[in-house]
Ligand binder design. Structure first.
Ligand SMILES: NC(=O)c1ccc[n+]([C@@H]2O[C@H](COP(=O)([O-])OP(=O)(O)OC[C@H]3O[C@@H](n4cnc5c(N)ncnc54)[C@H](O)[C@@H]3O)[C@@H](O)[C@H]2O)c1
Length: 255
């Protein structure tokens, strides 16, 4: 029996990287999973692969930067599966510029996806979790929820705010049996990094060397290693864990 047998989960940004690994791991652990992404081609491909292997998933094409899309996604998950036990807020984008160069639009975009979508999906999910007596929300934050760097002040600001949102939601909804936690990944090699390396003309070996210099474990992590920790926080194994930030960073923030 899987750790999530009989449970229903919703995951944002589930077509790639950490989100995709989470969807696949949750299904392997017995959950039925609804996942949203703005990348329809990738989302449909992931859904088709999982369905062909016997898993139950619903892919919803959505831009979670908008409140209506978040609420619509959660509503579709409920309509398809009839309840919701777990929400994983994972969709994220990055921007590399100082506040001097950042436009008002870029602030709106990054806060809409990396912060507000987490609140809007929670807004949709919490009434459903209440209905069935509890649930678990896992927010994908970052080491950048507590440290800064890499010319990404907008990303770092949004991730710091996700830490606050996580603790605030845990406080407000703990009495209803809803646990809210965050995972804070360090350097995790995902399609995002593959695209960025290509754009910068850098190699994977250079990426690995950089991760080695900034971690105790001397290597980058994998999306599957993050999904394993999201699974822990989402599952009954973490029944007394709420309001916490779990660093999954090879020791980066302790160095
Ligand atoms: N990879 C890392 O090193 C790392 C480290 C710390 C935190 N994180 C966080 O992990 C999460 C996932 O990152 P990843 O590395 O897997 O990236 P990724 O780019 O591989 O995946 C992100 C997914 O989110 C989707 N997405 C982005 N904006 C969206 C929107 N408006 N609506 C719907 N879907 C949208 C993308 O299409 C993509 O499928 C992000 O929140 C990121 O900040 C990643």
């Amino acid at each position: 029996m899987g750790k999530l047998t009989g449970m229903i989960a919703a995951v944002t940004g589930g077509a790639s990287g950490i989100g995709e690994a989470t969807v696949r791991r949750f299904v392997a652990e017995g959950a039925d999973v609804a996942f949203a992404d703005r990348d329809a081609e990738r989302g449909q491909r992931v859904a088709a692969e999982i369905t062909a292997a016997g898993g139950k998933v619903l892919f919803v094409e959505a831009d979670v930067g908008k409140e209506a899309a978040c609420l619509g996604f959660i509503k579709q998950a409920d309509a398809r599966f009839g309840r919701l036990d777990i929400l994983v807020n994972n969709a994220g984008i990055r921007m590399y510029q100082t506040v001097v160069d950042a436009s008002a639009e870029s602030w709106d975009d990054i806060l809409a996806v990396n912060l507000k979508s987490y609140a809007y999906c929670a807004k949709g999910a919490i009434p459903l979790m209440r209905r069935s007596g509890g649930g678990a929300i896992v927010n994908v934050a970052s080491v950048r929820s507590v440290i800064v760097g890499g010319n990404s002040i907008q990303y770092d600001t949004a991730k710091h705010a996700v830490a606050g949102l996580t603790r605030g939601l845990a406080m407000d909804h703990g009495p209803e049996g809803i646990r809210v936690n965050a995972v804070c990944p360090g350097s995790i090699f995902t399609p995002f990094h593959a695209r960025r390396l290509q754009a910068a003309g850098k190699t994977v070996a250079e990426y690995n060397a950089d991760a080695a210099s900034r971690t105790m474990l001397k290597r980058p992590g994998t999306a599957e290693e993050i999904a394993a920790c999201i699974l822990f926080l989402a599952s009954k194994d973490a029944s007394y864990v709420t309001g916490t930030l779990l660093f999954v960073d090879g020791g980066m923030t302790s160095m």
